[in-house]
Design a protein around this ligand. Sequence first.
Ligand SMILES: C[S@@+](CC[C@H](N)C(=O)[O-])C[C@H]1O[C@@H](n2cnc3c(N)ncnc32)[C@H](O)[C@@H]1O
Length: 279
Amino acid sequence: MITHGPSDGGLEKIEIALLLEGIYRRYGYDFRNYAFASIRRRIWHRIQMEGLSTVSSLQERVMHHTEAFHRLIGDLVIPVTEMFRDPDTFLALRRDVIPLLRKLPYIRIWHAGCSTGEEVHSMSILLHEEGVLDKTRIYATDINESALQKAKEGIIPLEKMKQYTKNYQAAGGMQSFSDYYDSDQGIVRLKPFLRRNIVIARHNLVTDRSFNEFHVIMCRNVMIYFNSQLRSQVHKLLYDSLAREGFLVVGGKESISFTPLAERYETRNDQHRIFRKLR
Ligand SMILES: C[S@@+](CC[C@H](N)C(=O)[O-])C[C@H]1O[C@@H](n2cnc3c(N)ncnc32)[C@H](O)[C@@H]1O
């Protein structure tokens, strides 16, 4: 009998390619150009959780059982986020970007890959404190429907309160963090006025198109999961979706240097990965 496992490289690569191709054709989700090492790890995690032993057996299950597909998707997308994640970045936005946005009659911001919405709600607080929330519309999108559902609810898990309060202060928070939520029977929910100007919708950066023109695009900690070809493709989409002199913010471990569009941006803040579209 021929057996194989994670170490049987050549065959495993073929099986993973077939699985991802199958998912794309059957369900329309395109993971074919996600970074291989990370996607491979997650696929093997799912194989073990399903009590299976090969990629092909996972493919068989995923193709025929939608619930198995949803379980796999849950492993392939990584929803990790937090409020005022990298507080210094929000401080830099406050100091370097908001003063320029203030002059606009109307501001559009896109959070691409917003996960459960913590980054979006942080932005809302920041804009409120800077007096521009009322003239801003924030578009929050992600591929993951269940994450978006949580984003709509705006609930802050109790165990995160301490960390988020600390992050808020480090991000230059001007009030008390507790001014922004209501607490009822152990459930902490962000105040409705913070969620009023947010549009939450499903959007796949790989397969969907540009849908508006934005003054700021936040796409942090999303493209780290893509290979370089897909990164370039998504950078093109973001570039096309930015207004002239609009700002692109990527994650702390991300760069735009190796993308074909790098020279079309000026670096506004190198440390916090804030770039400005030139033309
Ligand atoms: C690690 S989270 C980052 C969340 C937030 N931007 C932050 O930095 O805290 C990555 C998010 O990217 C989303 N994502 C992955 N692939 C995507 C795609 N093709 N289109 C849109 N969102 C995607 C995942 O569902 C996940 O919610």
